[in-house]
Design a protein around this ligand. Structure first.
Ligand SMILES: *Cc1c(COP(=O)(O)O)cnc(C)c1O
Length: 435
């Protein structure tokens, strides 16, 4: 038995892996990872894999990034964690100040992972309306095919049947409006015209239901779990105007698209709008430690500020504002600033897109799309098990790909180079030739 085989056997016995029918691992082997370096992962047998999905969309600057490693190590010898109720510490203060400067939303409430940020934003929105005397605003609106996490509240506004249907009896009712994902446009309809059409359906819904609606929650510009569905920024502008008109909060779930992923620091910047809440997680620590945050406005904050205890936001997680995670996040922001990451990514993204031209032109590829450091396409195939076959075939060629249905995407750590992108291209071309 190789070292790889030993670890996967032990893991199957002791670890219940996420988002997995464990029985599939009777035939589909787990991949034990021994170490990581930059965009590469290495197994115990010395095989190398390109992390083309940024380890579930969290990694920004590579595995074992020397700067982030150093920041965490120095924090480790100072303070690892302290309760954030009644106490504070340097990294959480500095991170909140810097996020406020970047977003214009000056109050930061911390959670641990993405789903907890969604829960916080939903509860805060509802509680805000209650505090200002509009306690009938208890409903939420999200987009069709949206994904906001899988705890019960977050799953209530998530519209992915595979994750949702089994648990439907446990979920709160919420309403889904037409998704502006341009793959759903009519033939001949422009992306912009389609986004406008979707916005007018949102307008109809809010006109009828604004009295009972607390918030609209959406993933700005890219619906990740929908298979990297992308949409025109005009939709965000229309949504912002409608939320203002009808007294409904706009929650921007930037958990996947924040921190430069779409080519701007935050995706909503491309529509020049300001949300009432921004949820951040995933890339916030560069993919090192679980941390999430909900940023909100003075208006929301002030509605909770009162002599009465129960008007406050009585919500908490044990690891709220963890000092090590905040220190990692500060190192991430330092890298963005000092290495001018947004500008350099823009140049590199254009180069990578050019390298992908043979994929874009392939007869089995439709809806090729790119935004910032995300590339995606839909594959024309009748193979019912395409995603799994593609995953295994790519792994044999040294690339970690996880297609979503028939959508194949490349969402790499920002430190990939031309060699890595070329490996992705040749791997995808060889897969496309067999579908
Ligand atoms: C991943 C994700 C979440 C949930 O984050 P977790 O850390 O997995 O709980 C929520 N919203 C979006 C848009 C995501 O991509």
């Amino acid at each position: 038995m190789t070292e790889n085989e030993a670890w996967l056997t032990r893991s199957k016995q002791a670890v219940w892996h996420p988002c997995t029918q464990m029985k599939r691992h009777e035939t589909l082997p787990l991949v034990p990872i021994a170490r990581g370096e930059g965009p590469w992962l290495f197994d115990f047998d010395g095989n190398r894999y390109l992390d083309a999905v940024s380890s579930w969309w969290v990694n920004l600057f590579g595995h074992c990034n020397p700067r982030i490693n150093e920041a965490i190590k120095s924090q480790l010898d100072t303070l690892e964690h302290v309760i954030l109720a009644g106490f504070t510490q340097q990294p959480v203060v500095e991170l909140s100040e810097r996020l406020a400067k970047l977003t214009g939303l000056g109050h930061a409430f911390y959670g641990s992972d993405g789903a907890s940020a969604t829960e916080i934003a939903l509860k805060m929105s509802f509680h805000y309306w209650r505090n200002v005397g509009l306690s009938g605003k208890v409903g939420f609106v999200s987009l069709q095919n949206s994904y906001h996490g899988e705890t019960l509240g977050a799953l209530s506004v998530t519209d992915v049947a595979l994750f949702r249907d089994t648990y439907a009896p446990l979920l709160r009712q919420s309403h889904q409006v037409r998704s502006p994902d341009w793959r759903l446009a009519e033939p001949g309809e422009s992306k912009e015209a389609y986004a406008e059409r979707c916005a007018s359906e949102l307008a109809d819904y809010l006109a009828a239901h604004h009295h009972t609606t607390a918030a609209l929650i959406l993933e700005p510009l890219v619906q990740g779990a929908a298979g990297m569905g992308m949409y025109h920024p005009i939709y965000l502008q229309r949504a912002r105007a409608l939320c203002d008109q009808y007294n409904v909060h706009l929650i921007a779930d930037e958990i996947a698209v924040g921190f430069g992923r779409t080519g701007t620091m935050f995706a909503h910047e491309q529509a020049a709008i300001k949300p009432d809440f921004i949820c951040l997680s995933k890339g916030i620590t560069g993919g090192y430690l679980p941390l999430s945050v909900v940023l909100t406005t003075d208006t929301v904050y002030q509605a909770f500020y009162h002599d009465e205890v129960t008007r406050g936001f009585l919500h908490s997680h044990s690891y709220t504002g963890n000092a090590l995670a905040c220190r990692a996040a500060l190192a991430v922001l330092d890298i963005f600033e000092e290495e001018d990451v947004i500008a350099s990514n823009r140049i590199r993204a254009a180069w990578f897109t050019a390298l992908m031209e043979p994929i874009r032109r392939h007869s089995k590829v439709t809806h090729f799309r790119q935004l910032g450091m995300i590339w995606a396409m839909d594959v024309l195939t009748d193979q019912p098990d395409f995603a799994n076959r593609c995953f295994q075939q790519a792994l044999q060629q040294g690339v970690l790909l996880r297609p979503i249905g028939k959508s194949l995407y490349f969402m790499p750590p920002y430190v990939v180079d031309g060699e890595a992108v070329s490996l992705f291209v040749s791997t995808v071309l060889s897969i496309l030739d067999q579908v």
